[in-house]
Design a protein around this ligand. Sequence first.
Ligand code: KG4
Ligand code: ZN
Length: 332
Amino acid sequence: MTVLGIETSCDDTAAAVLRVGDGVEILSSKVTSQVAEHADFGGVVPEIAARAHAVRLPDLAAAALAEAGVAPAALDLIAATAGPGLIGGVMSGFTFAKGLSLAAGVPLMPVNHLAGHALSVELSGHVPFPYLLLLVSGGHTQLLVVEDAVTFRRLGTTIDDAAGEAFDKTAKLLGLDGAGGPAIEKLAVNGDAARYDMPRPLLGRPGCDFSFSGMKTAIRQHVEEAVIALDAADIAASFQAAAVAHLISRTARAIEMAGEARHLVAAGGVAANTLLRSELETLATSEGWQLVVPPLKFCTDNAAMIALAGARQYLHLGPEAISGVMRLAPRA
Ligand code: KG4
Ligand code: ZN
């Protein structure tokens, strides 16, 4: 089936066209970031994000369809993020998708953004179900066993901040410019990771949940006490080492609870971190598992993953999965 995907849940406006069947073919995938619009505010402003999606999406979707050489009426399915996310952005994208669905006579499949991340690994290659997913982004930190296209068993989630959020807040406390995670990683290269004490969250606590708020407090204290410029590199390195150690220790627990899975998939922007990748590789190897980290363009927010998840779930559940006005009569 030929599917148009729409993603607008945070600050990336994205549209993609895929052909999904036995395999997956990406005909087009377009993402525009709103980083510039939000730069002056120190974070994503929901109102600005929703307006930017509304302004950009029509041209972006048209460009994705044109690049794929597919007319709207030739689509078999439109898949759009229906949550979770910033509600203004979700509504902006979903309403656009609904309008196009009605105008073109194509069924509309609502997609959970996390299901998009959970299934996105197929964009870069086949990984057999079930697999363990470590999702580490700016908004989410979760461990999920992905059993099939619609069954996700959640083993753990953050009880406060997301991992990426912790990287971003640490970068802000250190006065670093640009994207938080990459800035911390770059600064940490020359830092001494043993210099500053960092908490070891939820140590000995059962389960696979995460907590990053204690690290944030520790960093704030260290920053207030630090006196020479060089300290920043040591703080960045100490934080990065603690954050990665926490992610690894909870993932190690999840491996014990993951049943028949033998593949570990990492997704989300934080999966770009070199230290995290190498520690995950070491962990997977020591357990006899295989680590799969898809290319970054599929790990971070994109519409190809929404198109893929929509198609896989529609094929799994059948047209009955779609209710009311979103289930349109097949075209003659
Ligand atoms: O998945 P993503 O692009 O967007 C969502 O949050 O959905 O993830 C962005 C997050 C940001 O918090 C960013 O600081 C973090 O991923 N990140 C990194 C690295 N690159 C991006 N964190 C640590 N190390 C990196 N190299
Ligand atoms: Zn995301």
